[in-house]
Design a protein around this ligand. Structure first.
Ligand code: PEP
Ligand code: MG
Length: 781
């Protein structure tokens, strides 16, 4: 038998039907309302490749050095081609089609999904894209099944299996074919709290088909249903779009939610009761809390999928499993986040609060939190880096990209220059190393070898050792006491990443994605300007550097979105690199040749960046989003969009948008919406500098650098309002997104997402939740 009906399947058939198939079979067998369907078994895939005798060639094709991007791309193309171009044997074709015809009299629209047969492995990414095709009819069914099989050989899947040491030939794939439920409403349900395990059901619900909720395209309503008769807690989200089936084409399309339904509650009390009852039955059946996908069509409730919640901790919610290790899908809005994010100690925990004693000898801006003691190492030139040992404190005028390895070894960083958005501040925060910037005089006041204590919260350097030695050696292991529960919020909370090395730490915060991945740090770490690197290593090597840097982060977060920004380095930063002598010498680099203006001026160079994105999309990294920095008007956007097209990236298929960093761009956002942007993200570091004419890196005017200045806020508020009218998402990725006052302002204005520094993610999540709850209360009072 090439296929098995869902009611013939039980959990014991995991090997044959994969995790998804087995779970649906179990639910069907337990009498739960699962839409009818069948599974093309993993054995069928196997015999298909074996009988066609393409198996050996297939596995040989993918036996390559995956670090060689060109070879990887060729291998994926070849493997997929082998599968897609091999015809079905007649008997198999007939068996699948005959079975399909029994589902809904042969007229049914079905969903076709891949179901990997080793989903219990730590990372299901090995199985490929987990293809899902909706609204499939008889005409396309066989092609879709073959595409599910071929998804086992995307570049991403091949790379992953090789990295993890899985044998390509040992992985199989089944395909679930199931009647579509033309849902009026749908969502997910956690039968226990996904972080704490509390006996509370959490239901998320939105209009239309469930994909919009699962993919994160809409912010769903949130219903918290305590099982001990406590009050139901309802958070109604603004649901702008929904996914529905187009009656003519049968395809799933995104539609605007009618005005009267946007802020209306999606499910009523009776439906909640019905869902809760079903949730209890599923949980009883499995004996474990479940994460369920459900849908309601014509008043009937269906269960589409159920998986165990793997993120609930064994110990009262503390130290729950790493959310990156499968389990709760973070894009659903309910994520674990685990609560045990390793962040630097703050002055509130076991370490001594440094500023309680000892003399303050230097002060500046506390730019990365935590308190540490260590020997000061004055770094004047790169050769001095060798003397920075484990646990030392780097003291330097300003950090540079090639200092990053030493910054990782150091217990703390102090600089003379720079503000909260300088290289030292950004990198130290991401590394979790306490830092103070903009002291003006640390390199002259402090002596080499002098033992100091650095308080990165207060921005103070004290004489002597105030922190116990055993703690100072492993500062990053310290766990900051914070709530173990990631609050559920309608506004997404994301994280900023600048150095790919920080990706793992960033992902472990449970953030809803990356709101800003700065590409320039990947280039600065090459220590050569792009032109120099290309001259010495070639274009392909340069593109591959970008691909690898972005891929590291995109993998860590998959499927959470990673908003990646094209290059934006001012010429003075490039000047420090090899080849930097060719950079234009600018009187004011901040107002100069950077961001999209440079990219549009040199489309030949920009094409390499875009090619890196194209390759990532081809590899299957559909979570990568593209963002253009420092645009001023719609013309900039149209020109960038046309270069995207020229590079082979379809702007209609990918999520892309712009940074709002100049007053001009804020004032032109309506026209930019017309150019088709999906999102606008506030770069408040620049927006503040350009609105107030305050150089962001000049400590002489640091006291005037105020992101909360009424004029900056007015620009931001107006942009959010305009974007809401045009269905463009808004977000913040400047430093100010980590400030509670800014968070309050933005949530009140209706921003779609906030991207914070790694160490601030949890606090921002709580602040967002607080403001959202207050908004809700205010609306009913
Ligand atoms: C900003 O300007 O706020 C921003 C996020 O970009 P960058 O700091 O890289 O200029
Ligand atoms: Mg900027």
């Amino acid at each position: 038998m090439a296929v098995l009906w869902l009611d013939e399947i039980s959990a014991d058939d995991l090997e044959k039907v994969g995790g998804k198939g087995a779970s649906l079979g179990e639910l069907t067998g337990a009498g739960l309302p699962v839409p009818p369907g069948f599974v093309v078994t993993a054995g069928t895939y196997r015999s298909f490749i074996e009988e066609a005798q393409i198996d050996e060639e297939l596995f040989e094709a993918v036996d390559i050095d995956v670090e060689d991007s060109t070879a990887l791309s060729a291998a994926a193309d070849r493997a997929q081609e082998l599968i897609l171009e091999t015809p079905f044997p007649d008997e198999l074709r007939e068996e699948i089609l005959a079975t399909y015809r029994e589902v809904g009299d042969g007229e049914a629209f079905v969903a076709v999904r891949s179901s990997a047969t080793a989903e219990d492995l730590p990372d299901a990414s090995f199985a490929g894209q987990q293809e899902t095709f909706l609204n499939v009819t008889e005409e396309d069914l066989l092609d879709r099944v073959r595409e599910c099989w071929a998804s086992l050989f995307t570049q991403r899947a091949i790379y992953y299996r090789q990295e993890q040491g899985f044998d390509h030939s040992a992985v199989n794939i089944a395909v679930v074919v199931q009647r579509m439920v033309d849902a009026d409403k749908s969502g997910v349900m956690f039968t226990s709290h996904p972080s704490t395990g509390d006996p509370t059901m959490i239901i998320e619900a939105a209009w239309g088909l469930g994909e919009a909720v699962v993919s994160g395209a809409v912010s769903p309503d949130n219903y918290v249903v305590p099982r001990d008769d406590d009050d139901l807690e309802v958070t109604v989200a603004e649901k702008k779009v929904m996914h529905v089936k187009d009656d003519e084409t049968g395809e799933t399309v995104e539609r605007e939610v009618p005005e009267d339904k946007r802020t209306a509650r999606v499910i009523g009390d009776d439906e909640i009761d019905e869902l809760v009852e079903l949730g209890e039955r599923v949980e009883d059946h499995y004996g474990d809390p479940q994460d369920v996908e459900w849908a309601i069509a014509d008043g009937k409730v269906y269960m589409l999928q159920s998986r165990p919640i793997t993120t609930i901790s064994e110990s009262d919610g503390e130290g729950a499993a790493d959310p990156t290790e499968g389990g709760v899908d973070p894009t659903k809005g309910v994520t674990d986040g685990s609560g045990s994010t390793a962040t630097q100690s703050t002055a509130t925990d076991s370490k001594a609060s440094a500023a309680d004693s000892g003399d303050v000898i230097v002060d500046g801006l506390g730019s990365s939190p935590g308190t540490v003691s260590g020997a000061a190492r004055i770094v004047e030139k790169l050769d001095d880096l060798d003397k920075v040992g484990e646990g030392d404190v780097i003291v330097t005028e300003m950090t540079m990209p090639d200092m990053v390895p030493a910054m990782k070894r150091a217990s703390g960083i102090i600089t003379d220059e720079g503000g909260m958005t300088s290289h030292a501040a950004i990198v130290s925060r991401e590394l979790g190393v306490p830092a103070i910037v903009g002291t003006t005089n640390a390199t002259t006041v402090l002596e080499d070898g002098q033992v100091v204590t650095l308080d990165g919260d207060k921005g103070q350097v004290l004489e002597g050792e105030e922190v116990e030695p055993e703690e100072e050696t492993e500062p990053v292991e310290e766990v900051r006491p914070q709530s173990p529960v990631k609050p559920m919020t309608a506004t997404e909370v994301k994280v900023n990443v600048s150095i790919p090395e920080a990706a793992e730490r960033a992902a472990a915060t449970g953030a809803d994605g990356v709101g800003l991945l700065r590409m320039e740090h990947m280039i600065l770490s090459l220590n050569r300007t792009p032109a120099k690197f290309i001259e010495e290593e070639g274009e392909d090597a340069y593109i591959n550097q970008l691909v690898d840097g972005i891929r590291g982060v995109a993998d860590e977060f998959y499927p959470r979105p990673v908003r990646t920004r094209t290059l934006d380095a001012p010429t003075d930063e490039f000047r420090q690199l090899e080849g930097g002598e060719d950079e234009p010498d600018e009187h004011n680099p901040m107002l100069g040749y950077r961001g999209i203006r440079r990219s549009l001026d040199r489309p030949d160079v920009f094409a390499h960046e875009l090619e890196a994105f194209r390759r990532l999309y081809e590899m299957g990294y559909d979570n990568v989003e593209l963002m253009f920095p420092l645009v001023n008007d719609a013309e900039d956007v149209y020109r960038a969009k046309s270069l995207m097209r020229e590079a082979g990236i379809d702007p209609e298929k990918r999520k892309w948008g712009v940074m709002i960093e100049t007053p001009a761009s804020a004032l032109a956002v309506e026209e930019m919406a017309g150019a088709g942007i999906d999102f606008a993200s506030f770069g408040t570091n620049d927006l503040t500098q350009y609105t107030l004419a305050v150089d962001r890196n000049n400590e002489n005017v640091a006291d005037r650098f105020d992101e909360l200045h009424p004029s900056v806020l007015r620009l931001i508020g107006d942009v959010i309002e305009t974007c809401r009218e045009h269905d463009v998402d808004t977000s913040i990725c400047g430093q100010a997104g980590s400030k509670p006052e800014m968070v309050q302002f933005l949530v009140n204005e209706g921003i779609s997402s906030i991207s914070a520094n790694i160490d601030a993610v949890r606090d921002v999540q709580h602040e967002v939740k607080r403001v959202e709850q207050k908004l809700l209360l205010d609306s009913v009072r």
